[in-house]
Design a protein around this ligand. Structure first.
Ligand SMILES: Nc1ncnc2c1ncn2[C@@H]1O[C@H](COP(=O)(O)OP(=O)(O)O)[C@@H](O)[C@H]1O
Ligand SMILES: [Mg+2]
Length: 325
């Protein structure tokens, strides 16, 4: 349903997309995960024919954005990074108008608007001006607008950025509902949890390029192994503890130190065995441990492993410094 092949796009001398390729099969959700400025919106604009690529090809439902932009638009619904609703119109009027713009007659447009208002839990406010809506309600209305004409493909650009937790959960519900009705979704996000929860496949992008792709599980496996975290009783023991972890893991991976919570952590291929060794080595060196744990990698770890930094807003990390022992 979505095929992007080797797309390049520059703004002046700046290469925003650098040979980007993405694919999504019918009825699946492709999560495009990347930090600010990585090229997510540029990708969305190319796929939705709002920008043309300098090189490469993008197709929606088999139609090329270059040679058949009208057909691309006919098969596609877009909810942009900033919710686009007409604030002077009511929720009903907004959706009704979209239906009419897509060529529906009054009755069909009205029926579709009512159906969507109900699906998106907006019936109670159907006749209120959308200018008075909260961010979450506005976003729901915008998402509803994107699927009025039952497009095969829906593109959502950071649909939950700026929403409160309730608004985010609501939006996730709505996206799941779209997918269960067979819609193919391309969803961009900075939130690892969102990609984890909604996407069948995830493409991680950075500097306009896909740097990893796969299911959330596959990506987590790539982030290495389980992670060991040890909280030391004394901050003064942190550096010595880091050396112990480093030797036990034996992968040349750098342990991460967090002075605020007295912790040292490291990815270890053979988690259980490594943890046992770490604890016994710390004990042998009389370095008292407050807490020790083993956990499977999260998408945050994936991102950190791949890009060397976290995505930002989703994961406010305490200050960390890497140490080489
Ligand atoms: N119209 C434009 N003119 C110049 N630079 C742009 C333009 N649009 C995007 N960029 C640059 O391209 C990069 C990718 O932008 P964008 O696709 O919006 O990233 P994202 O949506 O992932 O935050 C950014 O560095 C941005 O500043
Ligand atoms: Mg963007």
């Amino acid at each position: 349903m979505i095929r992007i092949e080797n797309v390049g796009k520059s703004f002046g001398g700046f290469r925003a997309l650098d040979g980007l390729s993405l694919h999504a099969g019918e009825g699946t959700v492709l999560g495009l995960l990347g930090p600010n400025g990585s090229g997510k919106t540029t990708t969305v604009k190319i796929l939705t024919t709002l920008l043309s690529p300098d090189s490469g090809e993008a197709r929606v439902a088999g139609y090329s954005v270059r040679t058949a932009p009208d057909m691309v638009r006919r098969n596609l619904g877009l909810s942009g990074q900033y919710a686009a609703v007409d604030e002077k119109l009511t929720a009903f009027e907004n959706l009704h108008m979209v239906g009419r713009l897509y060529g529906m007659n009054r009755r069909t447009a009205s029926a579709r608007a009512k159906e969507l208002l109900s699906n998106f839990r907006l019936t109670d406010v159907a006749h209120k001006r959308s200018g008075t809506f909260s961010g979450g309600m506005r976003r729901r209305l915008d998402l509803a607008g994107a699927i009025v004409a039952r497009p095969k493909v829906v593109v959502l650009d950071e649909p939950t950025t700026g929403l409160d937790p309730r608004g985010r959960l609501d939006t996730w519900d709505v996206v799941s509902r779209m997918v269960s009705e067979g819609t193919t979704v391309l969803l961009t996000t900075q939130y690892l949890e969102e990609a984890d929860r909604l996407a069948d496949n995830i493409a991680v992008i950075n500097h306009g390029k896909v740097i990893a792709e796969g299911t959330a599980t596959e990506l987590k496996q790539r982030a290495g192994s389980e992670r060991i975290r040890v909280v030391m009783r004394h901050a003064a023991d942190l550096t010595a503890a880091a050396t112990v972890l480093d030797n036990a893991a034996g992968q040349g991976v750098r342990p991460e130190l967090d002075r605020q919570d007295h912790s040292v952590s490291i990815a270890a291929p053979d988690g259980h065995r490594t943890l046992v060794r770490v604890l016994s080595d710390l004990d042998a060196r009389a370095l008292p441990v407050e807490e020790a744990s083993l956990r499977r990698p999260s998408l945050d770890d994936v991102f950190l492993t791949l890009t060397g930094h976290t995505t930002g807003p989703s994961s406010p990390e305490p200050e960390k410094e890497a140490v080489s022992a």
